[in-house]
Design a binder for this molecule. Structure first.
Ligand SMILES: [Mg+2]
Length: 459
């Protein structure tokens, strides 16, 4: 049976029979079904065997959070015309951050619009929207995003603008200059600002999303154009800050589970312990180096015989994930180069890190699904497990890693019971109770203290 239309008692019975613990996920207002209900896989605290790892990108593998937060704040600044710090201090890192990290972009924007709408200026909302539309048409690289922006423009009565002959002339002759000049903008503002209708709440959310993505994509493109240092100075006041970096221990964790380290893991034990000590809030442990080394050598050699399949699973769209992962793999190469690993081993790792698409067995992004089906819905993780070729009966041989509330729920809703939360500063306010283990010391803790939750024989 694929479909059965039935009464509520029978439907309730199906749900009752499907699990012991459930996640009830609230859908956006325009979805008919108010809630989606997911049975959660029972929590697993150890594995006898491991064949797959599914792992979040932002906050787990990399940090782009600073950039996302900047772009969200920028959206509020633009719509309220408070671009300078002395006009508005910016997002409250204690109160706002838990609501603008780790969920879907729509949810983040909805929160900010609800909270800051009273600051917004109507003329600035209109100008910002027109700018976002024009920028996307002119410089946007993500096809799907471009289509969404065009669609929003049509819904907000800008069809005529989309056909305007002058759009052809927006592109600057300097390829590294990806901003639209004020003089060109004025033409569009004069002609089209008054065409925009009165905005409803859902229109504001759409506009907020377009303004946010415009800024975020502009920065990503600048990073791609090699202007990362310049933009880091502009955004964070310091040049040469890696705007995209790797979470602690990723450079060791990834090659280890791919069976690329073997005995060589012994050269990075001190390094892992140092990385562990850098985490705030972690359990205080005095590692017995000989025990840790012995355990990790066993674990590392286990993966030589049985390298796992790894999927990176992100609610970011492909265009973003592609730039972010390309950047972060450059950082992994830098980090590996500085370790005590033997040169031969380093060279192998460096060549493996040259192309993230070849390193991962699957890369799942929001582009593989739809904005309304992102985490905490299970879809992205279900797609990942399918692409890794792991059937349902082996989901108990998979570990999932996430830093956010919605991500941990999505992993267990996809059927993976061994769900490890690796919280960091921005998601420390999240409720991570869906996780089977919370590793405040991040991936170093998972390796040093928990031996990746695998109970294998020594020797
Ligand atoms: Mg995350």
């Amino acid at each position: 049976m694929n479909v059965l239309i039935t009464d509520k008692q029978k439907a309730a019975q199906v749900i009752l029979n499907s699990g012991e613990e459930f996640a009830i996920v609230k859908n956006p207002d325009y979805i008919f079904e108010e809630y989606s209900v997911y049975p959660l896989a029972s929590k697993l605290s150890s594995l006898k065997d491991i064949i797959g790892i599914v792992m979040d990108m932002d906050g787990t593998t990399t940090t782009t959070e600073d950039l996302c937060i900047h772009s969200l704040e920028f959206m509020v600044r633009k719509l309220s015309n408070k671009m300078a710090k002395d006009e508005w201090m910016g997002l409250d890192h204690f109160i706002d951050l838990p609501f603008v990290i780790g969920n879907s972009t729509t949810k983040h924007i909805e929160y900010l619009i609800n909270k800051y709408q009273n600051k917004f200026k109507l003329d600035k909302i209109k100008e910002s929207f027109i700018y976002a539309v024009l920028w996307n048409i002119t410089y946007g690289q993500d096809k799907q995003r471009k289509e969404e922006v065009k669609n929003n423009a049509k819904n907000l009565l800008l069809t005529e603008m989309l056909k305007d002959e002058k759009i052809k002339y927006l592109r600057n002759s300097e390829p590294s200059d990806i901003e639209i000049k004020q003089v060109q903008l004025n033409y569009f503002y004069d002609k089209y600002l008054e065409k925009l209708p009165e905005f409803k709440k859902e229109d504001l959310v759409r506009i907020g999303i377009d303004v946010y993505y415009q800024r975020y994509h502009e920065i990503l493109q600048k990073i791609k154009l090699g202007q990362g240092s310049e933009i880091s100075k502009q955004v964070f006041g310091v040049p040469n800050k890696h705007l995209i970096t790797a979470m602690k221990g990723v450079e060791i964790f990834l090659p280890l589970v791919k069976g690329l380290l073997g005995d060589n893991v012994k050269y990075v034990i001190d390094y892992l312990i140092e990385e562990y000590q850098k985490s705030s809030d972690k359990p205080e442990i005095n590692f017995d180096k000989s025990i840790v080394t012995n355990n990790l050598i066993n674990l590392s050699n286990y993966f030589i015989k049985r390298p796992v399949k790894i999927a990176v699973v992100t609610s970011s769209i492909f265009y973003e994930a592609d730039i972010v992962l390309s950047e972060v793999f450059k950082v992994l190469i830098e980090k590996i180069s500085k370790t005590e690993l033997p040169t031969e081993c380093k060279n192998i790792l460096i060549s493996k890190f040259e192309d993230y698409t070849k390193f991962y067995d699957a890369v799942i992004t929001a582009t593989d699904s739809s904005e309304i089906r992102l985490k905490p819905h299970r879809d992205l993780y279900s797609i990942a497990l399918y692409q890794l070729g792991i059937p349902k009966e082996y989901f108990d041989k998979v570990i999932g890693f996430e830093d956010s509330e919605s991500g941990t729920i999505a992993i267990r809703a996809a059927g993976v019971g061994c769900c490890v939360a690796v919280p960091f500063a921005h998601t420390s306010g999240h409720n991570l109770s869906a996780a089977s283990y919370i590793a405040k010391g991040g991936l170093p803790e998972v390796l040093l203290k928990e031996n990746l939750f695998i109970k294998i024989e020594r020797g």
